[in-house]
Design a protein around this ligand. Structure first.
Ligand code: NAD
Length: 363
């Protein structure tokens, strides 16, 4: 199969869909990889490294799309890319079609076979979302520590304290993938850590793996209010699959936080879980201050650590790309029902219920 790796055109998106190692894996399996000139630069991978791995560099985006049987990307296509697709072409990327009527319409009109990373399932989890949650969870503590510094409007405390000086209190709401990885980092930096979750099984698991290093708390508004008040760094990490994030932290609760405390709401990509966070911020202007509290709500946190994210993403996508390329998409989806869940559009029809519902289209 001819696989085309396109350069991302979204503002500040430095990730790329394949690493040189991933390219080499596909080439070794007999596939042909066309790589758009300089697509890997933002992740620190030169064209030469892709040539060495067996890819052919293509400078003209249109030529890449014309020749490729499968396009691999990171983000959903943007308007200038819609016309580049052709009928029967496979698109393998994060698609997030539900909030994107124009893109959905374009892919249907072009009869693209859209396989979305985010809806592929394995063992009741979403294997191509996990790596980005791992990145965002770990990053939440890193950015939180940064914004707690006095120069950045924070209260001027070190997460781990020092001998003789108390460490910071980190409170994480949602103990899933993001929350667990945030906890790992916060513990590693010497902070005091509390995790609030609504699932008693999850709290038991977290208690098992972290032992006495975290305090686990059942989620209810009384407990949340109590712990928000004590938080130097509050991390929002809840998820209700397929739904908007619940607003668990009210404006009144935020007012009880000490000035210079920091909120990092990772759940902002699902609407956010904190009442005082009503909009996503960007990497170029990531925070604002409300009631003296620093609010950080960047919706694409992994984009800031593009190299790590690109490596983690390829680690997760490569086995699926290999299956699709070597077996053909139909056979690959027939052989793996979890991969089949990734099919969102095909032959001008929506094939994923959530997307059909969002656009009032038949399914
Ligand atoms: P997950 O499903 O692994 O974990 C979610 C956790 O939230 C679960 O443990 C669940 O029990 C808990 N939860 C649900 N309702 C709750 C409530 N009322 N009180 C307390 N806990 C509750 O999800 P995840 O992979 O950790 O993702 C968390 C969020 O982070 C999602 O919204 C995801 O889209 C987002 N995310 C954002 C970025 C970014 O760049 N901003 C990157 C990756 C993931």
């Amino acid at each position: 199969m001819i696989i085309g790796v396109a350069k991302e055109i979204k503002n500040n998106e430095n990730r790329v869909a394949l690493t040189p190692a991933g390219t080499a894996t596909l080439v070794k399996a007999g596939q042909r990889v066309l790589f758009e000139h300089s697509a890997g630069i933002g992740s620190g991978f030169s064209d030469e490294s892709y040539i060495k791995a067996g890819a052919e560099i293509v400078t003209d985006k249109k030529e890449l799309f014309d020749k490729a049987e499968m396009i691999m990307k990171v983000k959903e296509p943007l308007a200038p890319e819609y016309d580049l697709f052709h009928g029967g072409q496979i698109l393998f990327t994060y698609l997030h079609l539900a909030p994107e009527p124009a893109l959905t319409k374009a892919l249907l009109a072009k009869k693209v076979i859209g396989i979305a990373y985010e809806t592929i399932e394995r063992n009741h989890s979403l294997p191509l979302l996990i790596p980005m949650s791992e990145v965002a969870g770990r990053m939440a503590v890193q950015v939180g520590a940064h914004w707690l510094e006095k120069t950045f409007s924070g209260k001027g405390i070190l997460l781990g304290g020092v001998p003789g000086v108390e460490s910071a209190q980190v409170v994480i709401i949602g103990g899933g993938v993001v929350g667990t990885h945030a906890a790992k980092m916060a513990i590693g930096m010497g902070a005091r850590v509390a995790i609030i979750d609504k699932s008693s099984e999850r709290l038991a698991y977290l208690d098992d793996i972290f032992g006495g290093r975290v305090t686990t708390i059942m989620s209810n508004s009384y407990n949340i209010a109590d712990w928000v008040k004590q938080a130097d760094l509050l991390i929002g990490a809840v998820l209700l699959p397929g739904a908007k994030a619940p607003k668990l932290v009210s404006e009144e609760m935020v007012k009880t936080m000490e000035p210079g405390s920091v909120i990092v709401d990772v759940a902002i990509d699902q609407g956010g879980s904190i009442e005082t966070i009503d909009r996503a911020t960007t990497h170029s202007d990531p925070t604002y201050v409300k009631y003296g509290v620093v609010h950080y709500s960047v919706a694409n946190m992994p984009g800031a650590v593009a190299r790590t994210s690109t490596l983690a993403l390829t680690n997760a996508t490569i086995e699926y790309a290999l299956q699709i390329a070597s077996k053909g998409w139909k056979e690959a989806l027939r052989a793996d029902s979890g991969l089949a869940k990734g099919l969102n559009v095909f032959e001008g029809k929506v094939t994923f219920p959530g997307v059909a519902e969002a656009h009032n289209l038949p399914y």
